[in-house]
Design a binder for this molecule. Structure first.
Ligand SMILES: [Zn+2]
Length: 119
């Protein structure tokens, strides 16, 4: 079981950096149109558990469909390391792309299927 803790992550070029507190359960493999193309593996945390350390000015927002989620990506390297959206109760949530965390052994995690396509 992955332990609860603070993880650092970010984009490829290093402009966008963040810290997130998460126990990485569950980790989800989403079948929506953008996650499928990105190969994103996600975990969701409340906004309070996420801190953008650098790169606010380097993020470009991308929205589609119902435009609920802000699929942010680095304008230099193109990596979408996290997204901002609202949870079912209307509170701000962050979808962290687990592939963008520094200290993660992705092969040790077992992503659960998430039916984002149907949202
Ligand atoms: Zn970048």
């Amino acid at each position: 079981m992955p332990e609860t803790g603070k993880h650092s992550g970010g984009c490829h070029c290093g402009r966008v950096r963040y810290e997130v507190t998460t126990n990485l359960t569950p980790v989800m493999s989403c079948n929506c149109s953008i996650c499928q193309k990105r190969g994103a593996v996600l975990t969701f945390v409340p906004a309070a558990q996420f801190a953008l350390v650098s790169g606010a000015d380097d993020l470009t927002d991308y929205q589609f469909n119902k435009k609920i989620v802000h699929h942010l990506f680095c304008r230099t390297c193109g990596i979408g390391s996290f997204a901002r959206g609202l949870g079912p109760d209307g509170s701000e949530m962050i979808a962290v792309n687990v592939r963008c965390l520094d200290d993660i052994d992705l092969d040790a995690l077992t992503p659960m299927p998430f039916d984002g396509k149907s949202l």
